[in-house]
Design a protein around this ligand. Structure first.
Ligand code: PRP
Ligand code: URA
Ligand code: MG
Length: 216
């Protein structure tokens, strides 16, 4: 289904991404499969989010001849999983970019107030000089993503991108309003949130589904 353009939001329509998103939405997908799908879809969506990284020529020799061949022309990126659910996505990004650094950001959404509560942060000292890719599967109210981006900017991050799996319109609007410089990539966009601010139809609680802590 075609979605209208929203400034700063890219929905990755690749058939493999959409196929995997359906598996992730399916309530019968067990945690081990959920983590594997999340890792794979993060690789595909992450590659789209990094498509504008600069290249620089490197002089090498193939077994046949000398040549100049392109390599990344920037410092290795920093991948930032927003815990917990971002962890499986970070594995997918590290498949693409083994030389990336990882900054861990622990946040949970208070179920009553929906406020993002930070409990851990550790980032490389040179984060200001590196492209930063924040990963979190769910963008619902946007409170967590806005708080996470606030934290990363306070630590010096400048070149920031956000890769998620499933975004809801209110969350996209909140992130774009607070951080208009941060582009968002997603596999899917759902229209609304329910009374508990879960994405509808969504996929449930991504952290619980990934790590088998789902309660009935
Ligand atoms: O846009 P929001 O309304 O802030 O909701 C999205 C947040 O909720 C989930 O995390 P959660 O708080 O469930 O933590 P968890 O990953 O530890 O389960 C998700 O991974 C996001 O971080
Ligand atoms: O639908 C939602 C909303 C927030 N967090 C999730 O994991 N799922
Ligand atoms: Mg959760």
């Amino acid at each position: 289904m075609a979605e209208p353009d929203i400034a700063g939001l890219t929905i990755v329509a690749h058939p493999l991404v959409q196929h995997r998103l359906t598996r992730l939405r399916d309530r019968t997908t067990p945690p081990e499969r959920f983590r594997a799908e999340l890792r794979a879809v993060a690789t595909l969506v992450g590659a789209a989010a990094l498509a504008d990284l600069p290249l620089a020529p490197l002089a090498i020799e193939t077994p046949v001849a000398a040549m100049e061949s392109p390599v990344l022309g920037c410092a290795p990126p920093v991948v930032v999983p927003v815990l917990r659910a971002g962890l499986a996505m970070a594995e997918g990004l590290l498949d693409l970019l083994p030389e990336a650094a990882v900054a861990h950001l622990g946040l949970y959404r208070d179920p009553q107030t929906l406020e993002a509560i930070e409990y851990y942060f550790k980032a490389p000292a040179d984060i200001a000089a590196r492209p930063v890719l924040m990963v979190d599967p769910m963008l619902a109210t946007g409170n967590s993503a806005v708080a996470a981006l606030d934290r990363l900017k306070a630590a010096g991050a400048r070149d920031l991108r956000f890769v998620c799996l499933l975004a809801a319109r209110p969350g996209v609007a909140a992130v774009r309003a607070a951080h208009p410089d941060v582009a968002i990539w997603t596999a899917g966009l759902d229209a609304e949130l329910n009374a508990h601010s879960y994405i509808v139809p969504g996929l449930g609680d991504a952290g619980d589904r990934a790590f088998g802590t789902e309660h009935s």
